[in-house]
Write a protein that binds this ligand. Structure first.
Ligand code: TXE
Length: 482
C-alpha cells in the first residue's frame, strides 16, 4: 500500500474511487515528487456524478430549501473552510508551488465568495414593477438545474469557489471538476460540504482529466449550465460540446493584459503593481499584466526600478515565509514557458533579466523582455508565466491602439495621476476589467469576464444570477378591464 494521500471523487457525500479503480499522480512541482494520488474519472464516473446531481436537483431538498436556510448552509461551509484554512492553503501550495502566504490569501477570498453569494441570493431574488395598464409584473429567479463547473490549476480553490458558490446559492446542484494538476483542495472542499450538512448530490467533485472526465460532463444533456475557466482553445471545445444539448456556457479564458504607465504616474505605486501584475503566482494569472507600455519620457527610470524590483523577489520553497516567487505549477507548464523565453531570444528580443533557472527546478525567474516585434509570438500569445514584454509609447492615442491590438480582452491596467485621462482611457480600453492605479482588487457585485478570445459572458453579482437561474416574468392583472 502506498502511503501517499488519496483524493477520491465526492459523489452523494461519499468519497469514492473510480468505478474501474483508475488513479493519477499529483505532483509537488517544487520538490518534483509525487505527493498524492487522485481518482481518475472516466465516462462512467462522470455519469454517476451527473445522475447524483440530477437526482438532488429533481427530488432533493436543496432547490426547495428556501433562501434563508440555503444561505445558512453555505455560511456553515464557509465556517468550516475558515477552520481548515491552513490545510486548504497547504494543499494548493503543495500542489502548484504557490507561496503559502498567497495561498492563504486565496483561501480567504474563496471563503468570501461563498459568504457573498449566500447573502446575495437572499437579497436580490426578484423585482416588481407596477404597470400603467393596470397590471403588476414581477420577476422570479428560479434555479437552472445541474451545473457542470470546470476549473483550472492556477487558483485551484479560488476559481472553483467562484463557480460553485453562485451555482449552489441560487439553488442549483453542481459537479465540479478540478484540474488534473490540482485535485487536492477542491476535494477537501467537497468533504467539508458533506460535513456542513449539504444534502447528498448538491456538491459533487469529479476528479480526472479534461477528457474523458470534463468532456463527459459538458456533453451530458442532463447538465443545464456549463461554467469553465481555462485556455481559449479548450473553451471552444467546451462551448461546442455544450451546444450539442443547448446548455448555456460561461467561459473565462486567456488574457494578455496591457499595463500602461503614463508619464505622470506615481512611479513607486506603478512599479509595485507592475511587479504584482506579472510576477504574483509566477505570472500564472489570466489577468496578468504581461504587456507593459511605458511612456518614453519615464522609460529609463521606470525600467531601472522595475528590473531591480523583479530581481529582488525572493525565489524559493513556497513554504518559506520569505518566498515571494516559486516554481511553475507543472513540468508541462515549465516547458511551455521556457520555450517562449527561448523563442523571445530567437526572435531578437532582449532579455533584460530572468530566464530559465537552469538548476533542474521548474523555475523560470522573473523575466523582462524588450525589443520584440508586435507580431512575435511571445508578444501576442498568452504565456501564462513570469514573462513581461515591454514597449514604449509617445501618445495616449498610440498606447490605446497598442493595448487594444490583441485578440484577448480580459483586463487592462493604467497608471496616471490625471483624472480625466484615467476615465478617458479606461473607457477606450477593450477589456472586461480596467484597474486604475492598482491591480487584482475585485468587488463581487461587478461583472467579471472578457471580450474576444478572453471569454463569453460575465459572472459576479446579478450577472451570476442571470447565468445560474432561469429568470421568469409573471404578469398579474390588478384592474379588470371592461
Ligand atoms: O488548460 P485547459 P491547461 C491557459 C494557459 C495555460 C494553457 C493550458 O495559457 O498555459 O491554458 O493550460 C479541463 N472538456 N490557461 O492545459 O486545457 C482541464 O482538465 C472539458 C488559462 O491546464 O484549458 C482543466 O480542468 N474540460 C486559464 C481545465 O479544463 C476540459 C487557466 C483547464 O484546462 C477539456 C488555466 C475538455 N475537452 C490555463 N480539456 C485562465 N483563464 O485563468 C481540458 N479540460
Amino acid at each position: 500500500m502506498s502511503d501517499l494521500q488519496f483524493f477520491g471523487h465526492i459523489i452523494d457525500n461519499e468519497e469514492v474511487e473510480s468505478l474501474g479503480g483508475e488513479r493519477f499522480d499529483a505532483w509537488n512541482p517544487w520538490t518534483r515528487e509525487v505527493w498524492a494520488q487522485a481518482a481518475d474519472g472516466m465516462a462512467a464516473d462522470a455519469d454517476r456524478a451527473v445522475a447524483s446531481a440530477r437526482r438532488a436537483f429533481d427530488e432533493g431538498p436543496w432547490p426547495r430549501l428556501g433562501r434563508v436556510e440555503r444561505g445558512k448552509a453555505i455560511h456553515r461551509l464557509a465556517d468550516l473552510m475558515e477552520a481548515r484554512a491552513d490545510d486548504l492553503a497547504w494543499m494548493d501550495s503543495t500542489n502548484m508551488a504557490k507561496p503559502f502566504e498567497q495561498a492563504k490569501h486565496d483561501v480567504a477570498r474563496s471563503v468570501w465568495n461563498f459568504r457573498f453569494f449566500a447573502d446575495h441570493q437572499r437579497d436580490h431574488c426578484g423585482e416588481t414593477f407596477p404597470m400603467d395598464s393596470g397590471h403588476h409584473t414581477y420577476s422570479e429567479f428560479g434555479p437552472a438545474g445541474v451545473v457542470a463547473a470546470i476549473s483550472p490549476w492556477n487558483f485551484p480553490l479560488m476559481m472553483a469557489s467562484w463557480k460553485i458558490a453562485p451555482a449552489i446559492a441560487w439553488g442549483n446542484t453542481c459537479i465540479i471538476k478540478p484540474s488534473e494538476d490540482t485535485p487536492a483542495s477542491v476535494t477537501l472542499l467537497g468533504r467539508l460540504a458533506a460535513e456542513a450538512g449539504f444534502p447528498p448530490g448538491v456538491l459533487n467533485v469529479l476528479n480526472g482529466h479534461g477528457a474523458p472526465a470534463g468532456s463527459s460532463l459538458t456533453g451530458d444533456d442532463r447538465v443545464d449550465r456549463v461554467t469553465f475557466t481555462g485556455s481559449s482553445t479548450t473553451g471552444k471545445l467546451v462551448m461546442a460540446s455544450a451546444a450539442t444539448h443547448l446548455a448555456p456556457v460561461s467561459l473565462e479564458l486567456g488574457g494578455k493584459g496591457a499595463n500602461i504607465i503614463f508619464e505622470d504616474a506615481d512611479l513607486e505605486n506603478a512599479v509595485y503593481w507592475a511587479v504584482e501584475a506579472i510576477f504574483r503566482n509566477a505570472g500564472q494569472i489570466c489577468l496578468a499584466g504581461s504587456r507593459l507600455f511605458i511612456h518614453r519620457s519615464i522609460a529609463d527610470e521606470f525600467m531601472r526600478r522595475f528590473v531591480a524590483a523583479a530581481e529582488a523577489l525572493t525565489i524559493g520553497d513556497p513554504f518559506d515565509p520569505s518566498t515571494r516567487f516559486s516554481s511553475l505549477a507543472s513540468k508541462r507548464h515549465f516547458d511551455k514557458v521556457a520555450s517562449y523565453v527561448e523563442s523571445a531570444r530567437a526572435l531578437g528580443g532582449t532579455v533584460l533579466t530572468g530566464g530559465v533557472a537552469d538548476d533542474g527546478t521548474w523555475v523560470v525567474r522573473p523575466t523582462i523582455v524588450t525589443d520584440l516585434a508586435l507580431d512575435a509570438a511571445p508578444y501576442c500569445e498568452e504565456i501564462f508565466g513570469p514573462v513581461c514584454v515591454v514597449n514604449v509609447f509617445d501618445t495616449e492615442a498610440e498606447v490605446v491602439h497598442l493595448a487594444n491590438d490583441t485578440r484577448y480582452g480580459l483586463n487592462a491596467m493604467l497608471f496616471t495621476e490625471n483624472l480625466s485621462r484615467a476615465h478617458r482611457v479606461a473607457s477606450a480600453l477593450r477589456a472586461g476589467t480596467v484597474w486604475v492605479n492598482c491591480f487584482f482588487i475585485r468587488d463581487l457585485r461587478t461583472p467579471f469576464g472578457g471580450v474576444g478570445d478572453s471569454g463569453v459572458g460575465r459572472e459576479g453579482g446579478n450577472f451570476s444570477r442571470e447565468f445560474f437561474t432561469e429568470p421568469k416574468a409573471v404578469v398579474m392583472q390588478i384592474d379588470r378591464k371592461g
